[in-house]
Design a protein around this ligand. Structure first.
Ligand SMILES: [Zn+2]
Length: 384
């Protein structure tokens, strides 16, 4: 083929692409600011991460004491011990404290009379996740058994709302989530446990992750490593751009049950990095930049007294104590909230509210949205 024809074709191609770009730009401009029309939410949970560690950083009582089960005390102290709580918590969760706490809000620091708690009377995972996702406790849920949730989650509810659904998806380390979100009824995509990942932009990377999932030793049969959940969530976000993405991380709870405070701390830092990576990636995409909110919370607390930190149940004080973080363009930068009481049951309506939907009105038993802003939910005088 003569060179001249080739360059003419190339030129014509470039001209066509430029025209197309102009047309797309004109369409977008005509529709107004697309970020105003399309708000998104990323909901993240970190299983069993205590408010004590979130707000105070590494716990001296567990770093050096046999109760913590720390294998290399020196190295662990070097990594996580600092003189002040402010330094320690920023060392443990740098993204939460340098980004979310500065630009968003945090509930649950009992040292500042900020109380967040669960309403269910079980204080373990399935009842907690059901309360987070449905907006109310269900006394019928008394185990972590793989039973399909009789209740409709806010994920399922939002997936059925015109203008939001059906693009809602969940990526979870714990393999009970297909039951909590009731995939049988909801039909939502829920990738959980040691299940192969099926979407990624790079086929060889996808194959590598799935190969590793079969080749690595498994610490827990029902909980995969959070690195896999993180990869699956990010790749889904890239490929499908859901309005609501739920990422459920699991390792901290399991390292705590194993009485390994060192690995518990490591996994918390990893969770923080995973969330930062997902958040920064979302902000790099036009669909999510400056129009996405992030909610981070936990399914239950755990014991506070030294030998009770590993576990959580109704008989262990503190198991009902949680924390909630929120960041987004419509959330005032109030930082650490003080003198306030909120509950786990408020998360579902908050997620819906941030997407412009009134879940609390549709589901009367659900908690009200969190008092994040000076708006219709609070008189201006009492809000901050
Ligand atoms: Zn647990």
């Amino acid at each position: 083929m003569p060179t001249q024809t080739k360059s003419y074709r190339q030129l014509r191609f470039i001209f066509l692409m430029a025209t197309l770009n102009l047309m797309v730009g004109a369409t977008t401009a005509a529709e107004g600011d697309p970020s105003a029309a399309r708000h998104n939410v990323i909901l993240v949970t970190i299983d069993g991460l205590r408010w004590q560690d979130v707000f105070r950083g590494a716990d001296e009582r567990l770093l050096s004491h046999p109760d913590g089960g720390v294998k290399e005390t020196e190295a662990t102290r070097e990594a996580y011990w600092r003189d002040t709580a402010t330094q320690r918590r920023a060392t443990l969760m740098p993204f939460l404290w340098r980004e979310v706490a500065i630009k968003g809000q945090l509930f649950g620091n009992r040292d500042r009379n900020s109380k967040a708690r669960v309403l269910n009377d079980q204080h373990f995972s399935y009842p907690g996740y059901s309360e987070i996702l449905c907006g109310y406790p269900d006394p019928r849920i008394t185990s972590n058994d793989k039973i399909f949730n009789p209740n409709i989650t806010v994920l399922e509810w939002l997936a059925r709302r015109p203008g939001i659904g059906p693009n809602v998806a969940a990526f979870c380390s714990w393999d009970v989530f297909p039951y909590i979100i009731n995939i049988q009824r909801s039909g939502l995509p829920v990738n959980a446990g040691w299940t192969p990942i099926d979407i990624a932009h790079d086929a060889s990377e996808l194959a590598a992750y799935n190969r590793l999932m079969t080749q690595l030793p498994r610490m827990w049969s029902s909980v995969r490593y959070d690195a896999f959940t993180a990869f699956a969530a990010k790749e889904y976000l890239r490929a499908k751009q859901p309005r609501l993405l739920y990422m459920s991380l699991g390792e901290p709870d399991d390292w705590a049950h194993a009485q390994r405070y060192d690995l518990y701390l490591d996994s918390i830092l990893t969770c923080d990095r995973i969330i930062e990576d997902l958040w920064q990636f979302a902000q790099s995409l036009p669909q999510y930049r400056d129009n996405t909110s992030l909610i981070i919370t936990v399914d239950h607390g755990r014991g506070d007294v030294a030998d009770q930190w590993t576990s959580h149940k109704i008989s262990i004080p503190g198991s009902d104590q949680i924390w909630i973080a929120a960041l987004g363009p419509n959330i005032p930068a109030s930082g650490e909230r003080t003198d306030v009481e909120v509950t786990q049951s408020q998360v579902a309506a908050t997620v819906a509210h941030l997407l412009g939907e009134d879940y609390a009105a549709a589901v009367p038993e659900a908690g009200r949205p969190l008092p994040l802003a000076v708006d219709v939910h609070e008189p201006a005088t009492s809000a901050r």
